[in-house]
Design a protein around this ligand. Structure first.
Ligand SMILES: Nc1ncnc2c1ncn2[C@@H]1O[C@H](COP(=O)(O)OP(=O)(O)OP(=O)(O)O)[C@@H](O)[C@H]1O
Length: 447
């Protein structure tokens, strides 16, 4: 009979709804007058009760031929952590004046976030988190590059500040967290660093967590920060380019913390949504985009929305310089130029892209990098390549050794050398590294 309720529900609900909300839903116990269901996540329990209560009641009636009460319970794999957090949460701990302790992009709001069917649930959940910070913890959003993760994170931050002005909201990238940690070690201010992250924020939003892959020391620090905030019932929101299980090289205990709350994927926008997003991008620049142009863009550019935005910005700039109307002709021209660059970038292997960027920034060719010269600039370029391959692209020592033709011990030594330079605050190395990474990010985003 219990299987029957599950199959009735499956039939009544859309596939996407089932996948989003009901995959952990099970019949736990049936008594004469009550059915107890269990789910694997606290947020889902509340969400099902408030949004799908009547569907569940109807399924019970269909299965048993009568109305029966039901209850949904949450079965945790980490009972202590969850219970502790719920008991201890009694609203924001720091009741102070509205205080923004991070820089947010004013455009990244819910109002500017175009919602299509592919991301409606994610949008609703994000709003719900903003209304009840600390209740559904943590909230983990993952998805491919340029799909709006940062936008959504910051929209949550904006909304929480609007609805709960007493809360202190801290938005950071994980790279910033790492740099702050390194600086605090360097300047002997670890206590201040911990105070800042563990005590001052009521809401912590961390962008691009995948940046910490392989960075064990920073992960350890983050783990303690996470636990302290979590135990105090403070909201944690995290985003990443991959789901928690795919965060290879992350401590298991951190991954399991990420999985304790709500994990949701941000999906690529469908064509109709891209049309609306194109209009919104132009509107953000105070320009009205004709429908035929928005349609052409929605048909031509999919995936990374930063490319769509890049095309629209170019379109606006070109039309203003040339005093030319924004129409299909100009749009096609700009699209063609964009396609050339993005296609050639896509065709490149990541190591070739890094090497060509190093060549542009350092003036050292791939042949010189793979060669045996001990010239200072060439050695530094070689070490930077190995460091980026390891720390930013998760390549193994073996793979890096194959790409560069260098021995394992040389690869390990080179990576350590750059790491130490960053920790010690060597400005030349830090600046070159930042320039290479920024150049790569810009070229892969927009060509
Ligand atoms: N649904 C949306 N509606 C309106 N604008 C959007 C939407 N999704 C993304 N954008 C815009 O697309 C651009 C890229 O989004 P964003 O930087 O948030 O992507 P991301 O997923 O964080 O990328 P990355 O993985 O590189 O960090 C931003 O200008 C953002 O405002």
């Amino acid at each position: 009979m219990s299987n029957r309720i599950i199959s009735i529900l499956k039939k009544r609900l859309a596939r996407k709804t089932w996948d989003n909300w009901f995959t952990t839903f099970q019949v736990k116990k049936v008594t004469d007058d009550k059915i107890i269901f269990s789910v694997g996540n606290l947020f889902i329990k509340d969400w099902l009760q408030s949004k799908y209560g009547s569907v569940i009641s109807k399924a019970i009636k269909e299965a048993y031929g009568k109305n029966l009460d039901y209850e949904i319970v949450y079965e945790t794999t980490e009972p202590e952590a969850f219970n502790k957090s719920n008991e201890s949460y009694k609203g924001p701990l720091v009741k102070k004046k509205p205080l923004l302790i991070s820089n947010l992009n004013a455009n990244y709001t819910f109002e500017n976030f175009v919602v299509g069917p592919e991301n409606r649930v994610l949008y609703e959940v994000s709003l719900e988190i903003s209304r009840n910070p600390g209740r559904y913890n943590p909230f983990f959003v993952y998805g491919m590059v340029g799909l709006g993760k940062t936008h959504l994170l910051q929209a949550i931050a904006h909304k929480i500040m609007e609805l709960h002005p007493e809360m202190r909201v801290l938005y950071i990238t994980s790279e910033q967290f790492m740099n702050d940690m390194i600086d605090s070690i360097k300047y002997g201010s670890v206590r201040d660093f911990r105070e800042h992250y563990r005590k001052k924020a009521d809401v912590l939003l961390i962008d691009d967590i995948q940046f910490l892959i392989g960075k064990n020391g920073v992960q350890k620090e983050l783990f303690h920060t996470f636990n302290e905030l979590y135990d105090a019932g403070k909201q944690i929101v995290i985003c990443s380019d991959r789901n928690p299980e795919e965060l290879n090289g992350f401590h298991d205990r951190l991954v399991s913390r990420f999985q304790m709350g709500m994990v949701m994927e941000i999906c690529p926008p469908e064509k109709d949504t891209r049309f609306k997003i194109a209009k919104k991008f132009a509107e953000r620049e105070s320009v009205s985009l004709p429908d035929d142009v928005a349609q052409l863009l929605a048909d031509s550019v999919d995936g990374n929305l930063r490319i769509l935005r890049g095309v629209i910005i170019k379109l606006i700039v070109q039309s203003s310089i040339n005093k030319e109307r924004i129409g299909a002709a100009l749009t096609n021209q700009i699209l063609a130029a964009f396609n050339k660059t993005t296609v050639s970038i896509k065709r490149m292997k990541e190591e070739d892209l890094i090497m060509s960027t190093i060549e542009a920034v350092m003036g050292v060719s791939p042949e010189e990098i793979k060669g045996t010269s001990r010239k200072q600039n060439i050695v530094l370029s070689r070490q930077l390549l190995m460091y980026i391959l390891k720390r930013h692209h998760g390549k193994s020592i073996k793979e890096i050794s194959k790409i560069t033709g260098k021995r394992h011990s040389t690869v390990i030594h080179s990576i350590k050398k750059i790491e130490m330079s960053v920790i010690k605050g060597n400005t030349v190395v830090k600046e070159k590294l930042a320039k290479i990474l920024n150049t790569m990010a810009t070229s892969s985003a927009a060509g």
